[in-house]
Design a protein around this ligand. Structure first.
Ligand code: SF4
Length: 248
């Protein structure tokens, strides 16, 4: 378990690390850069770099924590990766069920394996289930799959936002996070794309969280992401879901 700078969570829990790229949002994967850096530094657990690796020794970490905590599960991997054994997924969800004091935020780009896994298993109420939506081609089908799963909170991580998403179907979606890409080669995000999503969230009553501009500012100028900040139309958008009576 690790404290994290990710704005919408409290700690990360990585029972697996490593992944493989699956869609355009993966192009400059932060987890890959970080895993390779940790491998070069000789950090324990990162001997395989970014290869998908089970970390069974980390399974029990949330069991040791009494204080209610929001965990982002697998910030360094994808929980529904093709190489993830179903038996190991079952172990992860056993831990989640044994720790109802925590909230587990699970985000995937592998919506088909996620849907298949939950087709004959119920989701604990302390799971917030989300999909990444970086563009129309890969992202919109993921929303459709997510909508059909019976999770207490369903959310969209629209990051990095790579194009205008047009009209979104936000039925049964409880939370939307939007952010731009960071890093030297970051692709631009236009202000009007963000406003389009924010307006649709407001019209549908869906909490909206604007995470960051990233490398490209609201004025379409590339500069340090800290300077670009996270102000959109004069304010910080920090809303969280309130569904299912779960407080944050
Ligand atoms: S799915 Fe996520 S962790 Fe995996 S390669 Fe893509 S961005 Fe990286």
């Amino acid at each position: 378990m690790n404290k994290t700078k990710i704005e919408w969570t409290e700690e990360t829990w990585n029972p697996t690390i490593g992944c493989t790229k699956i869609s355009s949002g993966c192009k400059y994967c932060y987890a890959e850069t970080m895993a390779r850096r940790l491998q070069a530094m000789g950090v324990k657990g990162y001997e395989n770099g970014f290869e998908f690796t089970l970390m069974p020794q980390r399974l029990e970490h949330p069991l040791k924590k009494k204080k209610p905590t929001k965990f982002f599960v697998n910030s360094m991997s994808d929980l529904f990766h093709e190489e993830m054994p179903l038996s190991f997924l079952d172990k992860i969800f056993d831990v989640i069920k044994q720790t109802p004091q925590h909230i587990y935020q699970i985000l995937t780009k592998r919506e088909n394996k996620m849907a298949e896994y939950f087709s004959d298993r119920s989701l604990p109420p302390n799971v917030w289930l989300g999909v990444t939506v970086e563009d129309r081609k890969s992202g919109l089908p993921r929303i459709k799959k997510l909508r059909d799963i019976n999770a207490s909170v369903k959310f969209l991580s629209i990051e990095p936002l790579l194009e205008d998403l047009g009209k979104l179907n936000l039925d049964f979606i409880d939370w939307v996070i939007v952010g731009g890409e960071s890093g030297l080669k970051a692709r631009p995000m236009k202000e009007e794309w963000v406003i389009n999503i924010k307006n649709q969230c407001q019209q549908s009553g869906v909490p909206f969280f604007f995470k960051q501009w990233g490398a490209w500012g609201a004025d379409s100028v590339k500069r340090n992401k800290k300077i670009n900040g996270r102000i959109l139309q004069g304010k910080i958008w920090n809303d969280y879901p309130t569904a299912a009576g779960i407080s944050v």
